[in-house]
Write a protein that binds this ligand. Sequence first.
Ligand code: PEP
Ligand code: MN
Length: 360
Amino acid sequence: MTVKIKAQGLRDWGIPFGDYLVVAGPCSAESEEQVHATVAELAKLSVNLVRAGLWKPRTRPGCFEGVGEPGLRWLTEAGKAHGLPVTTEVATPQHVEQALKAGVDVLWIGARTTVNPFSVQPIADALKGVDIPVMVKNPINPDIELWIGALERLNAAGITKLAAIHRGFTAYKKSRFRNKPNWKIPIELRRRVPSLPMICDPSHISGARKLIPEVAQTALDLTFDGLMIESHINPDVALSDAKQQLVPADLGKVLAGLVPMRATPSSDELNYIQGLRNIIDQLDATLIGLLGQRMTIAREIGRFKKQTRLTVFQPGRWKETLQTRIRKGKDLGLAEDFLLRVYQYIHEESIRHQEEGLKD
Ligand code: PEP
Ligand code: MN
């Protein structure tokens, strides 16, 4: 299906920012003092937009579920006091109505809302005729269609100041990350909707402070337009996401350590890169040629196995092939997991060719 999203650039939102947009603030607004103290510190950094969750979607009931409507005033007043626009998560039309009434500058839709079109549509309906930027987090499951679908619903309601927030995907296996980055999904979103601004949320991907710089830098390397990072005046006593929130001073250090990347090379740089790309093109042509030759031989083996009534799949040979190729590849600095996957695909295709050979 073709994607029909008309999104304005991030610079059209009316929020000034440097190389990339920096959204920061606590996971949750907890008290008026905490919001004001945090925003006062963030205002000293290169933060462009303040975040705080008021209605918190928690996995299990009985946890802190946010301060709700009273927090709207804390947030908007703190933003005004320090000249910073503010954003909060909305999950229902009622949240939208209350946030708009309070003068929140930007809204975002959370990962647990994006998964459900029954939730997204009423939010989009509540935003008809309103000119406000809306950021849409990816759904918790790695389904790009749901992510695009939510953006399309908002766009169809007339919202053109749109951005996607990449916050990772639920990790079912043990992983370094709280939510797996699965970068190929935001990369595919960029390919399918090039004009859509993309923001990365390294806090929810990492789930731990120490991983945040690495994830944030990867996002900048991959041409993300902004970062959303959780920051709390006293994270150790935070009522939600304590382990991943940074004190503002540490956020300052993380931001200072990031290297913004340019998406467009100069002509000299392009010439140099082009020279290397030409070599890659030749190597790829050789690689595909060799794969073609390998499959021709596989077909010949298939023909022979048919004559001699041997099974196509020979487990001993497969085991030995895998072991020797992985050993050789590892010597050349290739990752074992990569080699395993490449050879699984080659073997699958080889079996297909051998079976074709049986029919010859
Ligand atoms: C949050 O931003 O605090 C939050 C709840 O995020 P997510 O929707 O990504 O889980
Ligand atoms: Mn959070």
